[in-house]
Design a protein around this ligand. Structure first.
Ligand SMILES: [Cu+2]
Length: 390
């Protein structure tokens, strides 16, 4: 009786703690793509089957223990094994049962799910390329009206909130917010091509159910078809270095009309940016623009002040490269010069050619040379960056 009291006390304590957390989401997040729905169904089905097996086995075990207890004078069999026929019989029966469950009852839905995940082309109406880099995502629309739209998506949680010892209020979407969201039309099957520029990353939105490793040097694919409008958030799911926790994914799924309007607006924005590349900028304009570019893209490694984190990440303050020549005596592009380092990168330093436009590169270089404790005094124009790219 005592034992029972103890057990029921413990059980009710557990129940209380469970109900105290009743608002906590124990289940999977709501699936919004056919893939997420299908895999959730498979999961639930498998869970039920495993639980049924668990309870049947447990019941037989408890029954055996109780029915053959000492107080009933059961004598254990010591001196002989049961007949070979019995042994074969009770090995074969569970074997057949499990075979049936594994290959038929679980195998068929699992097979259906896997085939569906792998089929990226059938009925896909658009293609988006997703590139992972340390530590940001880049999106490129490959076809249709949106063809040519390409942008980088950076974490937008203010830097001070992620600093050690920060006590203030954190954003509601802390570490799950970005400056440029991926926008997709609702109900369209989107084929996603995936790659990485440095190490492996994984573009993962839990509510989409699709997750695929982005591997440098490989083009891999998956697909999403978001059936419900809304904003969906995810993260990089492959440990990819120091900034792994700082490369979230934010996707806006919007009705087709809204998507089309977004495409037009985004194209205009891009046209404006490239027009900006042809005009002559003043030093102050470039430094002001460059500060934003620097803090968003470079400060993770080189730090806000430019002091770096030696020996892994060199200081830019006083750096020979960052204060050194950009062009040679004939005004030609200098290999291993400042611009070359930023465009093409070297070793751990990423190349920014594909991630930043001409204005951004000109601005960040002018910023490095005239801020962060440096005062070279010169200016790099976007037009010069444009020319150097060729
Ligand atoms: Cu990553």
């Amino acid at each position: 009786m005592r034992g029972f009291t103890k057990i029921s006390l413990a059980l009710s304590a557990m129940l209380v703690s469970v109900t105290a957390h009743a608002d906590y989401a124990w289940n999977f997040p709501e699936p919004v793509t056919p893939m997420a729905l299908d895999t959730l169904h498979v999961h639930n089905k498998f869970m039920l089957i495993s639980m049924a097996i668990f309870f049947v086995v447990l019941a037989i075990m408890i029954y055996s223990i109780f029915a053959h207890r000492k107080s009933k004078n059961f004598k254990p069999v010591k001196d002989h094994a049961p007949s070979t026929a019995t042994e074969i019989f009770w090995t074969l029966i569970p074997f057949v049962i499990l075979l049936l469950i594994d290959f038929v009852i679980m195998g068929i839905p699992a097979y259906h799910s896997v085939v569906m995940m792998e089929d990226t082309r059938d009925k896909a109406t658009m293609v988006v390329k997703v590139t992972g880099s340390q530590w940001r995502w880049q999106y490129e629309y490959m076809d249709g009206d949106a063809k040519g739209i390409k942008f980088v998506s950076n974490l937008s949680t203010p830097k001070e909130q992620t600093d050690k010892g920060y006590e203030g209020k954190k954003d509601e979407q802390y570490l799950l917010e970005v400056d440029n969201r991926l926008v997709l039309p609702v109900g369209e099957k989107v084929r996603i091509l995936m790659t990485a520029t440095d190490v492996m990353h994984n573009w993962w939105v839990p509510q989409f159910g699709s997750s695929r490793l982005a591997v440098p040097g490989f083009l891999r694919e998956t697909w999403v078809q978001v059936d419900k409008a809304g904003t969906y958030r995810g993260q990089c799911k492959e440990l990819c270095g120091k900034g792994h926790g700082y490369m979230p994914v934010v996707v806006d799924a919007v009705p087709m009309e809204e998507y089309k309007a977004w495409v037009v607006a985004k194209k205009e924005e891009m046209a404006k940016a490239s027009a900006g590349a042809d005009k002559e900028w003043t030093k102050d304009e470039l430094v002001a623009e460059g500060k934003g570019v620097y803090e968003k893209n470079c400060a993770v490694c080189h730090q806000i002040t430019g002091a770096g984190l030696p020996p892994a990440f060199p200081a830019l303050t006083g750096s020979k490269v960052a204060t050194g020549p950009i062009f040679d005596a004939d005004g030609k592009y200098l290999k291993d010069g400042h611009l070359d380092r930023v465009l093409n990168g070297i070793r751990v330093m990423p190349g920014w050619k594909a991630l930043l436009n001409d204005t951004e590169i000109a601005a960040v270089i002018t910023y490095e040379r005239n801020a962060l404790g440096n005062s070279v005094g010169d200016v790099l124009q976007p037009a010069q960056v444009k020319a150097a790219r060729q």
